[in-house]
Design a protein around this ligand. Structure first.
Ligand code: GAR
Length: 229
């Protein structure tokens, strides 16, 4: 291991593979945090590859511009989800990841993928889970007349958007808000909380156990760390 791969406490930099489907703004934010030298803010890891399920995902060009290795594996080239996920396992494994970060990866993953990387896949979902699993979360929150909304970072298990929550951030909903307003407000929170959670994982403070997500040895509750309800 090179000296650059070590820090004062001697732990190696982790290897992160980010999976995306679209614009990849969370991916860019995470990769930038990996390049920060301030130990209070930076992530002790490298984004070693960005993989998309569509060749036209805008985030691929952004990753390439940052000098990050990119790959596209089109789900349309496969007849079943399991076949696609088996190919994705092979591709992602080739980068030897310590952590797989889903950042706007709009695919339901089968047990083929989840079991291959058990305990080291995380996702960001634009709702206060367990509310609004699945798609169109902002519109659903508006339609329900909710006065607050938000975003959750969680470990990925075989249940769709159902793995243990690690951290959530809430936003207010105002009467005149549109789904686009909520998306923008949620994105701002995503840029704060996803790097923080990834930093915890890469510092070996956070892990998935059989009981749930554990931070510094403490089991987190249904809404993750520091939930106020
Ligand atoms: C993010 O808002 C993320 O929460 C959402 O996709 C967006 C990706 O934005 N993910 C999901 O809806 C997953 N179910 P980005 O490509 O600009 O990072």
């Amino acid at each position: 291991m090179s000296a650059a791969a070590m820090v004062a406490n001697g732990s190696a930099r982790k290897r992160i593979v980010v999976l995306i489907s679209g614009s990849g703004t969370n991916m860019v934010n995470i990769a930038e945090h990996c390049r920060l030298v301030n130990p209070g803010q930076g992530i002790h890891a490298d984004v070693v590859a960005v993989v998309a399920n569509r060749a036209d995902a805008k985030g691929l060009a952004k990753a390439a511009a940052m000098g990050i290795h990119t790959a596209a594996l089109a789900h349309t080239d496969f007849t079943s989800r399991e076949d696609y996920d088996a190919a994705l396992v092979e591709l992602v494994s080739s980068y030897q990841p310590d952590l797989i970060v889903l950042a706007g990866f709009m695919r339901v993953l089968t047990p083929v993928f989840v079991s291959a990387f058990a305990d080291r896949i995380m996702n960001i979902h634009p709702s206060l889970l367990p509310k609004y699993k699945g798609m169109h979360t902002h519109q659903r929150a508006l339609d329900a007349g909710d006065t607050e909304h938000g975003v959750s970072v969680h470990f990925v298990t075989e249940e769709l958007d159902g793995g243990p929550v690690i951290l959530q951030s809430k936003i207010p909903i105002f009467p005149e808000d549109t789904a686009e307003d909520l998306q923008e407000r949620v994105h701002e929170q995503e840029y704060r909380i996803y790097p923080l959670v990834i930093r915890w994982f890469c510092a070996d403070r956070l892990r998935l156990t059989e009981q749930g997500a554990e931070l510094d040895g403490e089991l987190l509750g249904e809404h993750g760390y520091a939930a106020d309800d």
